[in-house]
Each structure stands twice: as C-alpha cells, then as structure tokens.
Design a protein. Sequence first.
Lengths: 262, 311
Amino acid sequence: MKALRRVPAVFGFEWRRALTIPRLSWMLALAAFAPVLLMLVRSAAGSPPPPMVAAVFVYVLAPGVVCMMSVFLLATPAISAELEGRSWVYLAVRPYGLLAVLLGKYLVAVTWALPVGLTSAILSSVVMADTELPRMVAVQSGLAALSCIAYAAVFLLIGVLAPKRAMVFGVVYAVGVEVGAAFIPAAVNLLTIQHRLRCLLVRGMRMDEGVAERNPVFLSYFGDETATWHIFILLAMTASYLIAAALILHFREFTAAAETDT
Amino acid sequence: MIELRGVTKAFDRFQALHDITTTIPAGVTGLLGPNGAGKSTLIKILLGLLKASAGEAQVLGFDVWQQSKTIRQLVGYMPEDDCYLPTLSGVESVQFAARLNSMPAIEALRRAHEILDFCGAGQERYRTVETYSTGMRQKLKFAQALVHDPPLLILDEPTSGLDPDEREAMLNRIRMLAQRHDKSIVICTHILPDVQQVSDHVVILAAGRVSIANSLAALSRPPVPALEVRLTGPRERLLVELASRGLDAKRGGNDSVIVLGDSADCVRAIWQAAATSDSLIRSLTPTRNSMEAIFLDAVRSSTRGVSDADS
C-alpha cells in the first residue's frame, strides 16, 4: 500500500518526462497509420467491404498493430532506459521506489498508448463501416483499451526479465507468440493476449452467430466462452504479469550498465 | 551505526568481498580503498541493492536484506555516477526524490528548495539537469541524498570534479551536517586529504578485505611520540644543541627538525636549544602520520597478506 501511494508521483513525473515533441510526433503518426492505410485500401477496392471483413481489417490494424506498437515502444525499454541512463540507483535507493516506478511507468505507457489506440480504432471504424458503425466503434475501442492494458504489462515484464535486450525479446515475443503461437489451434494459444482479443472481436461483432455450433475449426480458434470470461482472463493475465515483474524487480540484483568498479 | 559480520560477496567466480567484519560508529567515516577494493559492492550491500553471499549486515540496527525498505528511508545515498533524470529541472529532480520518500507534493517542493539553498544552488535549479556543470551535478546528487533528512548519509566521491572553492564548500557542508545536525556520514573517496579533513573514523578496504578500521586520531598517532619543529635560522646548530641536551633529534622535511618525545621537559629543552642556537621557532606540533602513509601502508600490507596466502 505504501508503494501505491507513491505511484501518482511517479506517474506525474514520468508523464512530464515523456511529453516531448518527437514522442508526440510519432504517436500522432501511429494514430494516423491505420485509418490512412484503410482509406487507401478502401479506395483501391472500389466497393465497400463486407461488415465482417471491415471489422477484421480494423481489428488487425488498430487494437492489433497500433496499440501493440505503442505500448511496445513505451513499456519495453522502461527499465533498461533507467539502467543505461544510470538513473537506476536514483530510483532504487528510495523505499518502495522500484515498485512505484514499475507501476508508474505501466500507467504512463497505458495512458500514452490509449489515446493513440482509441483514435486509431474510432477513425478506422468510421473509414471502414458502412453499417453498424456505433457497434464497430464501441467494440474496436474496447479492444483497443484492453490491448493497451494487457500488452503494456507483458512488454514491461519482458523489459524487467531482459533489460539489456528488451527490444529484441519484445519483437521476438510479438512475432513468435502473439502472431505465431496465437494462431496454432491448440491449448498454447489460450495463453496469448491475441486469442482473447480475437474472441472478443468475434463475440462483440456477433460473427459467431449461427457458425460456432456447426464448425469445430471455428470453435478451436474462438472457443465458446463468454465475452465477460475473456475480459476477466485478460485482466487476470495483466495482473499476473505485473506481479511477476514486481517480484523480479524486488529479488533481482540489478546493476547500472556504466558501473565497472566493484 | 553499521555492523558487518563475515560479509562475503562473490560474482560468479570473482570474490569481491572476503569475510568483512567491522563496525562503523556514528560520526564521519572515511571508506577508502584502491579501485576494485570492494567499496561500491559494500555500499550496495548496505543499501540492499546487492545480497551478500554470506554473512550479516545491519544498518542503524536493521538487517540490510530483510529490512531494506526501512533502511532506504533512513539512509541518503549520493552515488558517484551521474544519476539524473533527463528533462527534469534540478528542483523537480529533488522534489521527485522527496516524493519517492513519501513526502506530499507541496512539502516535497518546499523541502527541495530548502535543500538546494543549503547546497548553494542558485537560479540554476530551474534549468534542466542535462545542462548542468560537474559542480552543479554534485550539488544536485547531494541534495537528492539529503532531501528526506536521513540520519545516515553515504556519499560516494562527493568532492570529485569540484574546483577548490566548491570542494571546500562541500566539505564544510559535510562538517556542518555531522556537527550541528548530528548526522552520521560515510564518505567513500580517493581524495585522502578530504578524509583527513572531515573524518573521525577510517575504514580501508584492500582486495575485498578490511585492512584498517580505526579512529583517525589513533591512526594518525605515530608509534613513538615526536614533535616537529619548524624554524627560521640555522637548523644544524639547533640539532647540535638538542643533542647536547640529550634529545634524539633528526632532520625532517621542509627544513624542519623532528624530536622524539613529547613531554613537558622535552618541550622546555627545545625552546632553550632554540634560544641558544639563535633559531626562531615558527611552529612546534606533535607529528602525525599522513593519510597517504596510512593508506599506502594498509594497501601494501593487505596485498602482501593476499600474496602470502596465495603462495
């Protein structure tokens, strides 16, 4: 509880540190990426896409690529940046400093990525949906929010596990697990965030109506659990990643990169 | 203040600390040692950033590993490396440190200004820390260590990179904190005159072992008491006069004379000899071992000990 009281301070200071023109620029570019690309795709196609195809396109680009990319860039280097910038000791010697910093940085990553993901999801939905626009906006916005919340935790954990090669391991995780393993029709895909988001998309956009009962392949990819269950599992995964990161930070001996003297 | 019992630390095959057992009392303590002696490792163990491979350590009565959070609340640490948070101003950095030590925002800001005033940081406090000179960075690190008013300060190379005026000012601050504010301070440095100027106690580490741990007064005292006579006038005649009075005297550095003994009779005889030899005594002081001599002796004897043990 003592650590939680310090989180707002870390959050405030980290937000101010993050508020730079280069960062604002690339966040704006990320937010614009999905709607601009979808606009080009739609104009090239000529005719409006079927609602299901439109929903999948928006999902892949906004809650998928844009949200994951935003939190990847913000959360993965959170710990390594402090170690390489020699500011680790500044934070580590404060009581509860490490936990407060971890949670503060997590919140900063989520709150920076969230507007980007939401803007991207809403604009992309507007570009692609000819019918059911309110539903599409609501579902894609919800998925964008959950994507930011869950991916921020997993990338932060990767940053804590491997601070020296955090970005490399982050890419390996994103490609290997969230793109590769998530599409294997086996129990392993249940452990991915992608699987839960995908199932939520299907439930939210009612893509499973009349399909699930008669299609075992469909069931193996999208299951038959309720949307509430998937949301609960996603939040539980987020909490467990954060707890694991906090425990590693507490027990691991980190030394700053620049230190050579014993 | 700090108790170490058999503290050992190994990194893979490299043994950084060997069975360190010592006590650091309240007051100002100089922690000395050549590069690679284990000073930084020892400090990190005291702060709970590294776990000792064996042994026990207590800081202010708290176990360094079990109660590290309590210790961090009670200890201010000034690291040797620059450890500033880019894009923040000086006052924001100090305020952030205070907030991480549980102070409310307004109180943290007030305290940050108070400490920066104490450290002699002027309007520079409003500039971003990346633009700071070495001297200002040292002041900032010192302020960050002090902002939560800890009873124990651990300062790693506090005067490194400072010009003579700034160095003197920093040493004065350390003295003031120890004498007027009752703080205990551990100074880890290579600048031996700084230790001689402000420390009450000295711990010298060499090759991961405690080579010397004693009060500075005891270490400075030579094995045989002696007096150093600085004079204006013929040194040789004074030496002859001293010998005729049965005193054991020899030439010292800078045209001084060293006389063995420090009794009142000895002092009287020196004054009489000076009068007879037409020499004018400028100063008459007990001789002290220099910090350099103490340090070099400690390091050499420790190195010899390690070589003997290896062979």
